[in-house]
Design a protein around this ligand. Sequence first.
Ligand SMILES: O=C1O[C@H](COP(=O)(O)O)[C@@H](O)[C@H](O)[C@H]1O
Length: 247
Amino acid sequence: MTGQRLVVVHPDAEVLAEAAAARLLTRILDLQSVRSPVHVVLTGGTVGIKTLAAVANSTVRHAVDWTGVHLWWGDERYLPDGDADRNETQARGALLDHLDGLPAGNVHPMPAADGEHDVDWAAEQYAAELARFAPEGSAAPVFDVVLLGMGPDAHVASLFPGHPAGTVTGRPTVGVRSSPKPPPERVSLTFEMIQASSEVWIIAAGAEKADAVSAGLAGADRATAPAAAATGTRLTLWLLDSAAASR
Ligand SMILES: O=C1O[C@H](COP(=O)(O)O)[C@@H](O)[C@H](O)[C@H]1O
């Protein structure tokens, strides 16, 4: 099931990040007015991390009950713990280290490379962590909001054009080898897991993303433009700056 699709264009990357942050905080507050917990998936990437920094700088963050928010990741670069290129490290620096009242147990980073285990192990570990928070009979929680950056090649999470990881079904996570974007080893949610989410927000800025945005919105084949297959059951939201929306 695919929900409504909205495309919202902002003047530049700064405004885009501020607006996405405001939306995210409002969505969490709306959900918290009726239930708890809320499950949010974080992204890496330039504008993704800018958005997390904007959340950290918003006073509205104090209105959120962070004890009722669980934070997950859509993908991770399989690097040692604390590596500056890990999406987790960047998210902690931009946001998580600044949030009062967020219990450590509500933060669910993908495993870090430990020199012993491979990416398949890491993907299985993350699947097991998802299962711990799944409603009975499900393999994973339903994500309320999935934030996704997008590369100029239209990749989302670590699902790259033409890469076999994009075809994996029957499980929530996949180990990725030979990623065309460094580092080569990654862990990602699968399309199935993303598509089971309530809301999927694709956040993209810059003229170098314009062709990918155009292909994604045109509904190109997922093997060509993975972003086209990043949809939510309630809402698919494309949050763009004017340069990314210029095609
Ligand atoms: O490597 C990644 O790249 C994408 C997009 O990054 P950007 O810098 O072009 O915005 C990101 O969405 C993904 O999480 C990350 O692992």
